[in-house]
Ligand binder design. Structure first.
Ligand SMILES: [Zn+2]
Length: 140
């Protein structure tokens, strides 16, 4: 269907895309037009998505770093049954395990909360709050 071109003139307006660009002031062909061009609208939503992704995944490097540190600690301190280490050790490796995690589950035996990263998770030792238990996911 051919759109009938109106001869009506609309006043100049500011493009909805706040990024500085040529055409940021434009004369619309339709009263509902908010972008100076189709490409400008595409640019706007691409930029918006980039921004959202940057915020959305901002913590990912931190979570990965913690998971790697937990892996090192687990390998070092696992006694064949479990791995619990003094909370002071976390300060030493500079990881803030209690303020970050991806998911939370409950330990079936202790009832305590386990904060999971990728492969590793942590919970507070029910016998001594100065100790943290490192859990490893069962991956078969
Ligand atoms: Zn524009």
């Amino acid at each position: 269907m051919k759109r009938k071109k109106s001869s009506r003139k609309y006043p100049e307006k500011d493009c909805f895309n706040p990024a500085p660009h040529e055409g940021s002031k434009f004369i619309p062909y339709d009263s509902r037009q908010i972008f100076c061009s189709a490409q400008c609208r595409i640019n706007y939503y691409n930029d918006l998505r980039k921004q959202e992704n940057a915020t959305r995944y901002a913590e990912e490097p931190v979570l990965r770093r913690i998971d790697k540190q937990l892996q090192l600690l687990y390998k070092r301190y696992y006694n064949g049954k479990w791995c619990n280490i003094h909370i002071g050790l976390f300060a030493h490796v500079q990881i803030d395990v209690l303020n970050y995690c991806i998911t939370v589950t409950r330990d079936k035996t202790t009832g305590k909360q386990i904060s999971w990263f990728y492969l590793y998770g942590v919970s507070i030792d029910p016998k001594d709050a100065n100790f943290i238990i490192i859990h490893k996911k069962n991956t078969l």
